[in-house]
Design a protein around this ligand. Structure first.
Ligand code: GLC
Ligand code: CA
Length: 535
């Protein structure tokens, strides 16, 4: 199998609005990111996935783009972006841009033209019908919005200010590839592709994900843009199975480098229930079964996965699956060790490396996210009590990941000198970068070690994965190459657990506890985790 840089890379996701504010307007910006590159270099990451910084009316915080080749004023300008790329480059850090091409903003020039002039060529860049069908929006309600000018409806699978693009239109497709080449020419490291599994949709058959032409489009995109370069491309693919993931990421298919699949994240809500019907108790046997399936079925050379617990759409993992009290640090380290030593490319979401947690939202007024607000409006209309709605938003709402990055114990966590756009978590007095860097036992240094291990060890890419039989709450696997074997163990609970695998330890690779002692005593303390090389 041909090896690429991203096989041994760890990626760090930045949500620009919330990372670092350089000018005191309360909103994170590009200069703020540039000012923190030394911190990221210390962590050791290979690349940054930058959530959208393009021009946008910010209906969905930048996932509604009105100009793909311009930077939003609140984030800076193209000179700031070029400077970020240059500064990152001198530190060997690549920038992965967020590619949001399932839809644009309703303020994009194409949509403005399409709406005003139904006979323009831009009209067909979007999806118009005389009558709506049953398709619904991820952000609640019908996916069709009536437009007065022509008396037709347009499709929006997200907010009504995010009209879906019509990928059947070849002219449009090539405009998108040209735009991608504009960014590639700037020297970026690749693309994270927003809800890319939706671009092959067949609206009249109510097919949205995994439509019949999806993979043809991706092959065409690959040929017309990034295929000639050694870039990282990762698709956000909610409905992927291992079979589908192979279609995207098998190197012979010339589509993408890897996928984000979300099957494990599905355990955060009740089976077949909407995401708001959350399930806080982690079902460890189910989690083991899901990872086992992905680790074994996505064989080396036939596909590649990403590894993540968090992103800007998900709750902070410590708040839903880890421990935010006594075992906060230990559970954060356990979850990190467990995940990063599997096969795939690990992603760290800003603040994860210091163990940030959900925000204690009290009232709807504190909530910014369009998905949460639309949900609340709909649920209130259906008579759901506000306390139940707030419970869901507190646990699973997207703002939890979007509160400002906690740099210091000081005012506004050192994020801004002004008033932050979302409140800073009061726990920044304990949980912040400054404190983490000062403590050699902090979560940060476990992440730093994991990033280094990933860079330096081929076995993390090559070795087979073998799930081990253990008690329910313990997750253990062995990574095996022709010559070596590595045992990874994590107790995913607040209780002591028995652990009795007859193994001989040669070396301790990484641990949040005393690994040999845990093995000798045949028991694990709460959230014990380690990796050992076997003799
Ligand atoms: C993806 C993004 C999310 C956004 C949506 C619409 O799921 O991660 O933040 O709201 O697509 O672009
Ligand atoms: Ca700012």
């Amino acid at each position: 199998m041909e090896k690429h840089w991203w096989h041994k890379a760890t990626i760090y996701q930045i949500y620009p609005r919330s990372f670092m504010d350089s000018n005191g307007d309360g909103i994170g910006d590009i200069k703020g990111i540039t000012s923190k590159l030394d911190y990221l270099q210390k962590l050791g990451i290979t690349a940054i996935w930058l959530s959208p910084v393009y021009q946008s009316p910010m209906d969905d915080n930048g996932y509604d783009i009105s100009d793909y080749e311009a930077i939003a004023d609140i984030f800076g300008d193209m000179a700031d972006m070029d400077e970020l790329l240059a500064q990152a480059n001198t530190r060997d850090i690549k920038i992965i841009m967020d590619l949001v091409v399932n839809h644009t903003s309703d303020e994009h020039a194409w949509f403005v033209e399409a709406r005003q002039h139904p006979d323009s060529s831009e009209r067909d860049f979007y999806i118009w019908r005389d009558q709506p069908n049953g398709l619904t929006s991820t952000f609640s309600g019908s996916a069709w919005q009536y437009d007065e000018v022509s008396g037709q409806y347009y499709l929006h699978l997200f907010s009504k200010r995010q009209p879906d693009l019509n990928w059947e239109n070849e002219t449009l497709r090539h405009k998108i590839y040209d735009m991608m080449n504009f960014w590639i020419d700037k020297g970026i490291g690749g693309f994270r592709m927003d809800v890319i599994d939706l671009i092959g949709k067949v609206p009249d058959q109510e097919i949205t994900g995994n439509g019949p032409k999806l993979h043809d489009y991706l092959k065409e995109m690959n040929r017309a843009s990034f295929g000639k370069y050694d870039l990282l491309t990762v698709g956000e693919t909610w409905g992927a199975t291992p079979e589908i993931a192979k279609q995207y990421s098998n190197p012979d298919n010339d589509e993408l480098s890897m996928v984000f699949q979300f099957e494990h994240i599905g355990l955060q809500h009740k089976p077949d229930a909407p995401k708001w019907d959350f399930e806080k108790e982690l079902n460890v046997p189910a989690l083991k079964a899901i990872f086992n399936k992905w680790q074994t079925e996505l064989e080396l050379g036939q596909g590649w996965n990403s590894l993540f617990w968090n992103n800007h759409d998900l709750p902070r993992v410590l708040s839903i699956w880890g421990n935010t009290g006594e075992y906060r640090e230990k559970s954060a380290k356990a979850l990190a060790i467990l995940l990063h030593l599997m096969r795939g490319t690990p992603y760290i979401y800003q603040g994860e490396e210091i163990g940030m947690t959900n925000y204690p939202f009290q009232t709807l007024d504190e909530v910014d996210d369009i998905e949460s607000r639309n949900y609340a409006a709909e649920a209130l209309e259906n008579g759901m009590p506000i306390d139940d709605i707030m419970d869901s938003i507190r646990m699973i709402g997207r703002d939890n990941a979007r509160t400002p990055m906690q740099w210091t114990a000081g005012s506004q966590a050192g994020f801004t000198t002004g008033h932050p756009w979302l409140p800073v978590n009061p726990n920044h007095e304990r949980i912040n970068v400054e404190a983490a860097l000062a403590d050699p036992n902090s979560i940060f240094y476990i992440y730093q070690q994991l990033v280094t291990l990933r860079k330096e060890n081929d076995w993390l890419v090559d070795a087979d994965f073998e799930l081990q039989e253990t008690v329910d709450k313990v997750f253990a696997y062995i990574r095996k190459t022709a010559d070596d074997a590595y045992l990874v163990v994590a107790n995913l609970s607040n209780q002591q657990q028995t652990f009795d695998l007859p193994v001989q330890v040669a070396d301790v690779v990484i641990t949040n506890t005393s690994a040999p002692q845990a093995l000798a005593s045949k028991s694990l303390e709460p959230w014990d985790a380690f990796c050992v090389k076997l003799a």
